[in-house]
Design a protein around this ligand. Structure first.
Ligand code: AMP
Ligand code: GLY
Length: 423
């Protein structure tokens, strides 16, 4: 079976790693891929937003199935473009991708279907947004409506910070058109969890929940990032909580899309905020999480190709997900300066040594580039080191033993991934 995988990060490396374990032999093409993935498939130099180029490649090479990693091509309508040519592809179409591509679309949907979420309002003019700021109290959350590469959410502590954020988004257009509409939202406290679900429109099938460490530094200090590490299974969500999440958040989503005749085949990532008995949806994403995928797929026993085929044929109800009993921990090695400015192009050493660490699953490449024999840093998040262990402490030890063998100029990582203290 010929599969085209779109993306170039740690999430896609973990998807590639899992696809290669399918019962059916898989020939993999990855657009554009990275240095780590080239061992698993052929990297083809097509950017994730080059929708025409991706369609052409899939038609010319008789690709049987395309899997989309990141949100950008989904929001740009890659699924619609493939389906128009009769090509099979996994992911929500352009309309459904608004669950990630527009905060206002999602908030209005949550309200229509009585799914618990933070109070909010949407604004299209600067004056109205500024006039409304004090209504929410502080901190207030200021969100650019559209995609902003994970940077469009500002938690403003006071009126001054909030006004600055609103002006930057709406007047200075720091996120381009994504900020021409903004959402103001009440600030929620609690513990966040990532619930990744396979969805085929008839069934919503949650995976074993993962915990993501979003802040840059230990003890949740520093700026928000795409995620500095993860562990699975979650110790915040027990079976009783998972049942409530299913009843109160996931099934209402499914009923909502059915009632509105929204076609959704792909992965729904539900960001949940939990505080005591209170559970609320923070956000939806329309793809697997990164680095949630790097701890989720290594624990999943099912065949991923079988799941994707079931999803396309609306047979997800026939699938029961099963999970390895071990704990998984993923530690992200990042470039000095991330999530703000950082340099690229530093050689990475110690990878082969790290791969020999007991308990290691793999060193997933997030932002790397091959240059002759050398592997160079090529992003803010560079590598995701995933290990398994019978206990979470053992998984932590294995992951850190491997992480410490890897070196590059300016590298940093959190030391507390897998430590549970109400992060
Ligand atoms: P979003 O892009 O909507 O997922 O927001 C990114 C991150 O901002 C979330 O993962 C949370 O950590 C934080 N966040 C978003 N909305 C809120 C909120 N209403 N209250 C507190 N934190 C929030
Ligand atoms: N780790 C959070 C995300 O993938 O959006």
């Amino acid at each position: 079976m010929k599969i085209l995988l779109i993306g170039s990060g740690g999430r896609e490396h973990a998807i590639a790693w899992k696809l290669k374990q399918s019962a059916e032999p898989v020939t993999l093409f990855i657009a554009p891929g990275n240095a780590g993935m080239s061992a698993l498939g052929r990297c083809v130099d097509i950017a994730v937003d080059n929708i025409d180029g991706l369609v052409r490649f899939a038609s010319d090479n008789a690709i049987d199935l395309t899997v989309v990693g990141p949100e950008l091509p989904l929001v740009l309508g890659v699924v619609d473009a493939f389906e128009a040519k009769g090509l099979k592809i996994i992911g929500p179409n352009r309309y459904a991708a608004q669950f990630e591509g527009s905060k206002d679309f999602t908030k209005a949907f949550l309200m229509r279907h009585n799914i618990p979420t933070a109070a909010y309002d949407t604004f299209t003019t600067l004056d109205e947004a500024i006039a409304a700021l004090d209504r929410f109290g502080f901190p207030v959350v200021v969100k650019a409506d559209g995609l902003a590469a994970g940077k469009g959410v500002i938690i403003a502590q006071n009126h001054e910070e909030a006004e600055k954020a609103v002006r930057e988004m709406m007047a200075d257009k720091v996120f381009g058109e994504a900020g021409s509409r903004i959402v103001l939202e009440a600030f929620l406290t609690g513990i966040e969890a990532s619930i990744l679900c396979f969805v085929d429109g008839k069934t919503i099938l949650p995976m074993s929940p993962a915990q993501d460490y979003k802040r840059a530094f230990d003890d949740d200090k520093g700026l928000n990032t795409g995620g500095m590490g993860t562990y699975s299974p979650s110790r915040v969500i027990d079976d009783a909580m998972m049942k409530r999440i299913d009843d109160e958040l996931l099934q209402p989503f499914l009923k909502g899309i059915q009632a509105e005749e929204i076609t959704f085949k792909g992965v729904l990532f539900v960001g949940v905020m939990i505080k005591g008995d209170d559970i609320k949806v923070l956000e939806y994403n329309v793809r697997l999480g990164d680095p949630e995928t790097e701890v989720t797929l290594p624990r999943m026993e099912n065949d991923l190709v079988e799941i994707f085929e079931a999803m396309l044929e609306e047979r997800l109800s026939e699938i029961t997900l099963t999970w390895r009993p071990e704990n998984a921990v993923c530690v992200i090695l990042a470039s000095g300066g991330y999530p703000e400015k950082y340099a690229k192009g530093y050689p990475i050493t110690g990878l082969e040594d790290a791969l020999k660490t007991p308990g290691l699953v793999d060193v997933f490449h997030c932002g790397t580039k091959q240059s002759g024999e050398a592997v160079l840093t090529n992003g803010g998040r560079v590598l995701g080191v995933t290990a398994l262990g019978k206990t979470i402490d053992e998984a932590r030890q294995n992951a850190y033993a491997a992480t410490e063998k890897i070196r590059f100029e300016g590298a940093f990582f959190r030391k507390d991934i897998g430590i549970v203290r109400g992060h």
